[in-house]
Design a protein around this ligand. Structure first.
Ligand code: ACO
Length: 374
């Protein structure tokens, strides 16, 4: 019997060229580029191209790729119809998104690369359309003249291109780039398991959305923001956090399975948040969040000595997205918009090089029970 690794911790299940997550050094490399080097500078379309092709596009390749993606923004009529139906029932955003993703390929059998493009292009349209419907507004016509990040802002907030401020686009784009891939995290693993059976990418990304919505994965930034609001003033930070830790609660936005030091994505987003809040947004809130982070780190070290619990990507996600006026109900869905290139790139890699994923479970139940007739 082979060794058991609860939660598959420390198990290397495959190889990848997409990202290197170095938990000891606190380093994240995205297809060769350090996250702090590429995320604040690249266009989101460049990141998607890089992950799918293993290199950045040239100028002409970039233009053609961007045009292709933009042409795939419109949703199938079934998807639009179902989004309208579930909005009337106030279905939570991630449940609606999971449903909508699953309908993108009904009756079609496109090549995996085509499915990847359609998925990336359609995510902002699905999220924006659903959010507007939930708020009693009509979805907006997709526009092909906007960049992916601009289109995302347009679909959700309804701002026209000349009303979308550069700082906002850069802030959102840096966020999306920062979270575009991250090794074999739970949702990516779920996607790879699904395509390892030679199933399609739409099924895989439907499963990934389901995995991402859990509070231990992509569902953390909403509660992280709630904690800052609950604290409300820097002098209350110790009292509120202490009470949470004494009740055995986890502080959302802290701790990570792989990073035993500060999550490098937190630094990239902290810099983006600093830059953004310098030009607009609630600066008092920004200052409070920094005080909360300091208190949380101090108290985690006190209550969980030797555990090395540090700030993860979700804490600064909450801060940055809140500054960008993204409602907290949309945080995980925006995370998904950023992660689709990574999910789909992993699926393509798995289809190209991978083997059926089928680990073993150690049976610990009884054996040899006699069947009792009713
Ligand atoms: N607050 C308080 N205690 C914590 C926290 C936290 N945020 N994270 C871990 N711990 C404690 C656990 O209670 C446990 O303590 P114990 O041994 O005394 O019982 C110990 O640290 C180890 O916890 P594990 O669950 O074994 O750590 P694991 O590696 O499985 O968990 C996880 C990683 C799930 C991210 C965890 O740190 C957590 O729940 N954090 C809060 C949720 C969060 O921020 N999630 C987003 C992660 S980033 C992402 O997915 C994009």
């Amino acid at each position: 019997m082979s060794a058991r690794h609860e939660g598959l911790e420390g198990v290397t299940a495959t190889t990848t060229r997409l990202s290197l997550v170095d938990g000891t050094a606190g380093r994240l490399i995205l297809a060769g580029y350090a996250v702090e080097e590429i995320a604040p500078r690249a266009k989101f379309e460049e990141m998607a191209y890089l992950l799918w092709n293993g290199r950045l596009p040239g100028r002409e390749e970039f233009k053609a790729f961007r045009t292709d993606l933009a042409s795939r923004r419109r949703l199938p009529s079934t998807t639009s119809y179902l989004l309208r139906e579930v909005a009337a029932r106030w279905t939570p955003v991630m449940d609606a998104l999971r449903m909508a993703v699953a309908t993108l390929s009904l009756g079609q059998q496109a090549a995996p690369e085509e499915q990847a493009c359609t998925l990336v292009a359609a995510f902002p349209t699905m999220v924006g359309a659903y959010w507007r419907l939930r708020n009693g507004q009509q979805p907006l016509e997709p526009r092909e003249d906007l960049s992916h990040a601009e289109h995302c802002i347009h679909q959700i907030f309804g701002l026209e291109a000349d009303g979308i401020r550069t700082e906002r686009v850069r802030g959102l784009e840096t966020y999306l780039n920062t979270v575009c891939d991250h090794g074999l995290n739970a949702s990516t693993f779920a996607a790879r398991v699904i395509v390892s059976t030679r199933s399609d990418l739409i099924s895989a990304i439907t499963g990934a959305v389901g995995a991402l919505k859990g509070p231990l994965h992509g569902g953390a930034p909403g509660p992280a923001l709630d904690m800052v609001f609950e604290i409300g003033a820097a002098e209350r930070a110790d009292e509120v956090i202490r009470a949470k830790l004494q009740r055995g609660e986890r502080l959302m936005g802290f701790g990570h399975r792989v990073y035993r030091t500060r999550d490098p994505r937190a630094d990239v987003l902290a810099a983006a948040a600093k830059q953004f809040y310098a030009s607009e947004g609630d600066r008092q809130f920004y200052a409070l969040a920094q005080q909360v982070e300091k208190a949380a780190l101090r108290l985690l070290a006190e209550y969980k000595p030797g555990r090395r619990l540090d700030t993860n990507v979700e804490f600064y996600t909450a801060l940055l997205l809140h500054g960008l006026d993204v409602p907290k109900e949309l945080f995980t869905a925006i995370f998904a918009i950023g992660r689709v290139p990574g999910w789909t790139a992993h699926c393509l890699e798995q289809l190209r090089d991978g083997r059926l994923i089928r680990p073993h479970a150690e049976y610990i139940g009884p054996v040899g029970l006699p069947f009792p007739p009713l």
